[in-house]
Every structure is written in C-alpha cells, then in structure tokens.
Ligand binder design. Sequence first.
Ligand code: CP
Ligand code: NVA
Length: 311
Amino acid sequence: MAVKLKGKDLVTLRDWSTEQIWQVFKTAEMIKQMQYTGQPYQPLKGKTLGMIFTKPSTRTRVSFEVAIYQLGGHGLFLSAQELQLRRGETVADTAQVLSRYLDGIMIRTYAHKDVEDLAEYASIPVINGLTDYAHPCQVLTDLFTIYEKFGRLDGINMVYLGDGNNNMCNSMLFGAAKVGMNLTISAPEGYEPDAEVLKLAREDAKATGAKFAFESDPQKAIGGADVIYTDVWTSMGQEEEKEARLKAMQPYQVNGELMNLADASSVFMHCLPAHRGEEVTDEVADSVQSIIFDQAENRLHAQKAVLALTM
Ligand code: CP
Ligand code: NVA
C-alpha cells in the first residue's frame, strides 16, 4: 500500500513511519531492477535539486548528483563556502529564497539545528545528507542493503563497534527501532550511546520489538551477529580528538581475529570512508564477508527512491 511522502523532509529517521521507510525500500528495489535491465525511470523531469555542502563528501555528493540526473532532473552543487550563508545570511532567509528556485534541497553540514531550521523555513523537501547528529540517507541505504542480503529486517542482529556516540550510531538506533532490527553497541568508556537518543529509539522500538543492548567487550558482543558494522573513530569536525580516540577505540578494531568469533554467515558493513588500519583492517574490508561496496552502490538506488517519493 502506497503511503504519502510527497513534500516530506528527511531530517532524521524518527520523522518517518515504518510504512514510509518500507515504501523507500520497495521503490529502491524497483528502481535498481529497472536500472539493471536498462529501463529508464524519469519521474523528475524538469526538477532541480540544490545540494549544499559544508563538509567534504565522496558518496553523498556523487550519488545524489547522479541520482537526480538519472531521474530526469538536474543537480546543483552549492558549496557553503560560496553561498552568502558564509557571510551571515540566515538559514531561514536562505531556505525561503532557495524554495523559489528549487524543487528540493539536500544539505550536509555540522549543526543539526541548521537542517531543522532549513526544513522549517523551506517550502520544498529538505533532505539531511549528514549532520553531527544524524545520517539518515546512509542508514536507509544500510537497511535496504541488509534487506537485500537477508530478505528481512525484523529480528536481524547487528553489532555496531567503535564510536557509539556519533551520527551513524544515532541514526542506526533510530532506523533499527523503526524496522524491528536488534542492535548491540560495543564502545569504550566515554563513547557510549547518547542517553537521549537511546531513550527516543526505545520509544519507537515499542511498536516493532527492536531490542537494544550495550556490551563493552567486543569479543562478547560479536557472537550471534548477522551484521557487523563500524564507522570511523574520528568523525568530521573531531580531528583535534584524534589521538585520544585512536587509543580508546583500538580494542574495537574489526580485524581477522575478532571476525573469527563471528558466524561465518555474518556480513561486514561500513558506511565509508574507511580509515583502513584503524577501525577496520584490509583483511576484513576486502574479505568475502564484506559488503561495503554493495552498500556504497545502494546509496544511489535508495536516494533515488527518496527523491522520487518526496519531490
Ligand atoms: N558515507 C558517506 O556519507 O560518505 P561521504 O562522506 O563520502 O559522502
Ligand atoms: N561519522 C562519520 C560518517 C561519515 C560518512 C563522520 O561524520 O565523519
């Protein structure tokens, strides 16, 4: 059954219902199949997506630009450095002006509040392409990828290792809660999940039965996992903390020794970019269990679904 997504913002996955999230997966599946069989799908002819970036990006920038183009529309890359935002124009004014030209905005920036404000003042859909708090496009893609591999999400067990208090872990909690996926987080002291995020995710999990656990010992955490997930230890904007983070998170490195404790049928995932030799070794990233490049490819298909449904 189709649910309404037209005109909707994607600020965090908390804002979307389980049905709306499944609508994205089903649409992404169709779009991917059409692309693989050479059938064009161009529902966004004549539409323009503005893409604001305050932080670097490889996947998000390229996949969104290719996505809007292949859907029949046009993508406009807007470096925040070159917008009047840098010289003090407000987010609210920017939102209202851009709404007169564009049909949708994708934004990657530091402060989550800026995306909330943009969404509030814009009259067109605003999509969060990563903030310090959340990365919903990545997690939609990750869940779609897990669904493709396992045929379901409900009851899947994911172990997330490393920085339990970053944008990826926050969004994974929000996403898991919506689809009934169990999530065990294994992180060192000082990098445990945010209590407020956990509380919000637990509220949403009541409807789906998703279970969340914390296990500080990575060797204990990994047993029984279907999916082993990690992210960089130092996120964009945290560069000054790098030394302390490297030291604290070393025991959480996903290496061959740790993977030997996991089921042979489990898969390894990483949102990328990977800092090989830190959170993951080459041995794991390039192993047969690793699905990191399928995951990266799916950014294109999942985001096409988000654009086609919201714009
Ligand atoms: N995973 C992800 O968002 O990658 P980029 O930073 O390259 O966009
Ligand atoms: N946590 C990482 C994710 C990168 C896609 C960061 O914010 O740098």
